[in-house]
Design a protein around this ligand. Structure first.
Ligand code: NAD
Length: 420
């Protein structure tokens, strides 16, 4: 299995980050092995009927990276590029993220290699229900709790909840998070990740003494994370000048009206054609001058080729793994970019997922303002922990965030020992 994982470039990237941080922490060889590799890996065939009656088979994976500190928590992704190694990398990052945020979860991730844009709603439903059925032996509210990620949404979570609850014979809302509020979803979950990204970008602006009313932002990816990051940044007075999605990119010197752009994307499925904007090459957009750059789409978009040309002051990583280790080295050497690393910047999603799970287990619900206040308190505390660690240990923000997560995980592994 290790060989298969390491062949994937995203896993290699996560492993390289882990190794560098483990060196910094001076982890023993035994703890390195126990922390780095996933605990459980499940790959399944997902056969389903297309609307025209033909049978097709997709393949899906669920990786449980760490089961030592509570249930596994992590998203489910529907995307054509899904591969086991990528899913394992995302699961590993989830472990460090949960530990950094002091949540009682280990990391997990799932994915099905498919293109949701080419699937009807009923095809999506059949795929989701079949995948859930295949995973029944390994999921549960105390073992593995899924959530939306790229290409999935609250409706997909509702189908998982229904399939699982039907199987166990009673409603179990805590089996997924990010579900509709009517089914026990929490208020504040939809906006949590993007809001958290923007909230920390604002904290960074405060540290750098930048007036948010004079700031600009570029957002790559205008889905769940990108839209809500743009919305909160805009509410702080930041002008959103560049936005891209899978169909292309737009530039709007005067700033976009985020609600109007959301409405357009809801109707047309593209950012292209926004009134008053011009089209711009998507790769060019990333290297335009701005205060805050938010990659909120896919991994490995900031590389050794474009990192020297970045002109942002703050890089707030909404996506998981948007920056390659080579690009990291360039950004560190430049020293002029304030990095808010992915496991910190986008931790709002899993944090509010935790709040949702807690409310479900207690059969109790919190108000929106309770959720948002608790979210901001946790994000602020983690931000301060990372910045303090970085300052006192003299390591970049990314290594500081990873070190806090990995150190905590290694401690748990060491204290629990090995069974039998
Ligand atoms: P989403 O499916 O809602 O949106 C993805 C967006 O990225 C869409 O606008 C899509 O058009 C765009 N996109 C896809 N490929 C692109 C490309 N090559 N160039 C430019 N844009 C592209 O997904 P999401 O939930 O917003 O997730 C985005 C990223 O954030 C992923 O890396 C995900 O793992 C990460 N993330 C999401 C959450 C969450 O709560 N949704 C939490 C933590 C991290």
């Amino acid at each position: 299995m290790k060989n298969e994982l390491i062949r994937n470039p995203v896993f290699r990237m996560a492993a390289e980050q882990f190794d560098r941080t483990a060196d910094h922490l001076g982890l023993s060889a035994e703890l390195r092995e126990r922390c780095k590799w996933p605990t459980k890996v499940v790959s399944v065939a997902v056969p389903f009927h297309r609307d025209n009656g033909e049978t097709e088979i997709f393949y899906g994976h669920r990786v449980q990276h760490l089961l030592s500190r509570g249930p596994v928590k992590g998203g489910l992704r529907y995307h054509p590029a899904v591969e086991l190694g990528e899913v394992a990398a995302l699961a590993m990052w989830m472990t460090w993220k949960c530990a950094l945020m002091e949540l009682p979860f280990g990391g997990g991730k799932g994915g099905i290699a498919c293109d949701p844009r080419e699937l009807s709603t009923s095809e999506m439903e059949r795929i989701t229900r079949r995948f859930t059925q295949e995973l029944l032996p390994v999921i549960g509210e105390n073992t593995d709790v899924m959530a939306p990620d790229m290409g999935t949404n609250e409706q997909v979570m509702a189908w998982i909840l229904d399939s699982y609850s039907t199987h166990v014979g009673h409603l179990q809302p805590a089996i997924v998070t990010g579900k509709p509020v009517a089914l026990g979803g929490t208020l504040g979950r939809i906006e949590a990740t993007g809001h958290g990204v923007a909230f920390l970008a604002a904290r960074a602006m405060t540290r750098l003494k930048i007036d948010s009313n004079k700031a600009t932002a570029i957002i790559q990816g205008f889905g769940n994370v990108g839209q809500y990051a743009a919305r909160t940044l805009s509410s702080y007075g930041v002008k959103i000048v560049g936005v891209s999605d899978v169909t292309g990119a737009i530039w709007c010197e005067n700033g976009v009206d985020v609600e109007a752009l959301r409405e357009q994307v809801g109707k047309t499925g593209t950012v292209i054609g926004y009134p008053g904007s011009k089209e711009i090459d998507a790769a060019e957009m990333l290297i335009q001058e701005c205060t805050v750059l938010v990659p909120a789409a896919i991994d490995m978009v900031l590389t050794k080729d474009n990192a020297p040309n970045l002109k942002c002051r703050i890089l707030a990583e909404g996506a998981n793994g948007p920056t390659t280790p080579e690009a990291d080295a360039i950004i560190e050497a430049r020293g002029d970019i304030f990095l808010i690393p992915d496991i910190l910047a986008n931790a709002g999603g899993v944090t509010v997922s935790y709040f949702e799970w807690v409310q479900n287990l207690q059969r109790f619900s919190w108000t929106q303002s309770e959720v948002m206040t608790r979210l901001e308190t946790k994000m602020q505390a983690a931000f301060d922990r990372v910045l303090n660690y970085s300052k006192y240990k003299k390591v970049p923000h990314r290594i500081a965030a990873l070190a806090l997560g990995i150190r905590d995980t290694a401690e748990i592994k060491k204290k629990r020992g090995l069974y039998p």
